[in-house]
Design a protein around this ligand. Sequence first.
Ligand code: GLV
Ligand code: MN
Ligand code: MN
Length: 445
Amino acid sequence: MVTPAGHTLTIDQDRLWSDLTGLAAITEPDRPWTRRSFSPRFLEGRAFLTRRFQEAGLAVRLDAAGNLIGRLAGQDPQAPVIMIGSHSDTVPSGGRFDGVAGVLAGLEIIRAAADAGIRFNHTIEIVDFLAEEPSDYGLSCVGSRGMAGVLSEDLLGLGGPGGETLAAAIDRIGGDVSRLHEAKRDDVAAFLELHIEQGPVLECTGTDVGIVTAIAGVTRLEIVFKGATGHAGTVPMPGRRDASVAAAKAILAVRDTAATMAAGDNGYFAGTTGVVDILPGGANVIPGESRIIADLRCERRDTVTAFLATIKPQLERIADSEGCELATRLLSDNPPADCDTDLRRLLEAMSEAMGISSLSLTSGAGHDAAFVSRIAPAAMVFVPCRGGLSHCPEEWSEPGQIATGTDLLFKVVQNFDARNSRGILRDKQIDGVRPDDATAPRHTG
Ligand code: GLV
Ligand code: MN
Ligand code: MN
């Protein structure tokens, strides 16, 4: 099949699309497209994936961190694993492609290889990471943290609906936190994640794929103001201690400081206040307490440190001016993650060999690849999405756009698989990348 961009596919676009729509149909019916981690719908989605993995000849297991893994044993028992994956959970009323595209791209690569009679030297694993989106337990990237060995006791103790801890929830869906250390991996030679861009750059520039340079760090700062409640009609305006006004000024301070950081020579930076709780929440009551959460995304770690150093005195001044007390707390603080340079070069070389256009860009969104990059070389491919929309029901990518990105991954997997431990192609040249190419990734095994 030829894509609208004129590229001839070696994977089966219709089969991939049929699975994308099949998995998307497993949604809360009154709230498309919702498949929250740990929910019955999520488990239905995983049953769908398990069936598809098994039909493709994969051995399926759940690791101790609750990651669903399909494994195709390679011909060389000494060779480390090539891992491909993303996540099948969604945000509430989210989209059909965020995460799912990366899992199903991996599955399609396995099937396309079987159709072409290709037998991989390396073992290939396709992973649906548990709970990439912020879960009901307040944590995101649960499964990839587990695989990286950073799912700490503190995090496992986080409470969720009905007082269930995250640890209990992982066990409930088939993980086993008593064996969590077994989920940590040291046998992965390369991790590849395909994802929709979730932003407008590829569409605006008419580019086929994005090659991610780095995944932004995510820091979440909780800001609480305590003032004094009172009757909205009787307490005179002077001297009020209205916590909602302090929150409003803090939201502006977050926005303005983030905009200054983003405009400077600091790499990618974004700041958003997406949670605003005003208490007690009566139309005729002066709010006595407010709680907001600032979500900060940075390409460079030092910019978050600078942001926090700048915002804290501003928040103190705001609290003083409104007669409120201030308390701040870091809810999460994950550094940015670089994608592997050799894998990026290979992605670029293969895109060029395939005649598809590519662009290097930073991911402002968090991804499982950020945690996997702590234990293995990791890289990401972005495909365009309509209007740059994501985390909403309108999220959309064309079948040919996802298929093109999947085809690129297929070529990269074949090329990587054909190399021996010195980074030299074992026997044959694949699509234009020479055996002695200096860009060849090297790995042991
Ligand atoms: C994940 O979707 C994020 O919050 O970036
Ligand atoms: Mn998401
Ligand atoms: Mn995602």
